[in-house]
Design a protein. Structure first.
Length: 132
């Protein structure tokens, strides 16, 4: 998957739920790999909750933007939506990405692989660590 993501990728947006559900060692490892590929952003339902968590893991400096507004991240990044990918476990986020014209990678969690496939998403991972 990372090889595919290298082509024209300008920003990786990760939903906070993906980061919080992984064990610390795995998330630090995957963030280290992803930051080498592209700038990173966090899409958070509650900014005040995720920032201290990222700081505790010593990975907060790897994130260019942290926002609870996906449109704001896209606008602030001033990038072509085709060069942006959102990684999330939510069908709602899949719909937001479709409406914003950005790419989407699903991670099973709130919704199943079948749910994502039925909604038109065909890259569905068991865990963000499957990116490697």
């Amino acid at each position: 998957i990372l090889k595919i993501m290298e082509i024209g990728l300008e920003l990786i947006i990760i939903h906070e739920s993906i980061i919080k559900k992984e064990n610390t060692e795995n998330i630090v490892s995957i963030i280290s790999l992803l930051k080498k590929r592209s700038p990173l952003a966090i899409f958070s339902e509650s900014n005040s909750d995720i920032e201290p968590y990222l700081e505790d893991l010593n990975i907060s400096e790897h994130f260019k933007l942290i926002s609870n507004n996906l449109k704001e991240i896209i606008t602030q990044s001033d990038l072509n939506p085709n060069g942006i990918v959102l990684i999330s476990d939510s069908l709602e986020d899949l719909n937001k990405s479709k409406n914003s014209g950005i790419n989407f990678i699903a991670v099973e969690g709130q919704n199943s692989k079948e749910d994502f496939n039925n909604a038109g998403c065909f890259i569905v991972l068991n865990s963000i660590t499957d990116l490697t």
